[in-house]
Design a protein around this ligand. Structure first.
Ligand SMILES: Nc1ncnc2c1ncn2[C@@H]1O[C@H](COP(=O)(O)OP(=O)(O)O)[C@@H](O)[C@H]1O
Ligand SMILES: [Mg+2]
Length: 206
């Protein structure tokens, strides 16, 4: 496989989408052919599965159903879009990937990291990013950014508990990672974060 597969991870509000959009422009300016996709989604069928996952009326959805739908959406994205693009030599930027499932479904939903790993290995045929950036920001600051409000109400405080669990999950997978995941301080300015990301990508080519 000749392309480069880069994924961005972190809490909602950590700045993933912002950084990926700038990164796409920067890499294109250097002459690379870049594809940016989001998860869940990124293909027609994957977007349909996304709608089922995110549908507010699907309150009775079992956590395992949720985990399998995420991996089904990912299987379609990997086989229809990511693998063919990598074969064409493109740089594929993905807004969340398997690590998000390990953390959200495995840790925060309590299904266990190992079982989520197994499901996703089947779904992706073991496709692993060349490099992953974890935008590290304290849950309360991420939530503040996303909501853009100073004081949290009752519902949002509950949400903070969930954010805390997700954050703990990211820290857990970072510990057992073999160096693929690069932790970036997401409290910094947009430009500083982007420069750190670019430096790490340039090092991949050395
Ligand atoms: N480094 C940063 N410093 C301050 N605000 C930021 C930074 N990065 C992103 N933001 C802002 O935080 C909010 C969430 O960013 P976004 O890129 O949508 O995060 P995510 O995709 O991880 O949910 C946006 O309003 C964005 O402008
Ligand atoms: Mg986003």
């Amino acid at each position: 496989m000749s392309g480069l597969f880069i994924t961005m991870e972190g809490l909602d509000g950590s700045g993933k989408t912002t950084q990926l959009e700038i990164l796409k422009q920067n890499l294109e300016a250097k002459g690379f052919n870049v594809l940016l996709v989001r998860e869940p989604g990124g293909s027609k069928i994957s977007e349909k599965i996304r709608n089922i996952i995110l549908d507010i009326e699907n309150k009775e959805m079992h956590y395992m159903t949720e985990a399998l739908l995420y991996s089904a959406s990912r299987a379609q994205l990997v086989h229809e879009v990511i693998m063919p693009s990598l074969k064409q030599g493109k740089i594929v930027l993905c807004d969340r990937f398997v690590d998000s499932s390990l953390v959200y479904q495995g840790v925060a939903r309590g299904l266990g990291i190992d079982i989520i790993k197994k499901i996703n290995n089947i779904a992706t045929e073991g496709l692993t990013p060349d490099i992953t950036f974890f935008l590290d920001i304290e849950p309360k600051f991420a939530l503040e950014r996303k909501k853009q409000q100073k004081k949290l109400d009752r519902i949002e405080s509950e949400k903070l508990d969930f954010y805390n669990m997700v954050y703990k999950g990211y820290k857990t997978i970072l510990k057992s990672d073999g160096g693929r995941i690069i932790r970036i301080d997401a409290n910094k300015d947009l430009e500083d974060i982007q420069n750190e990301i670019l430096t790490n990508i340039e090092n991949l080519f050395c």
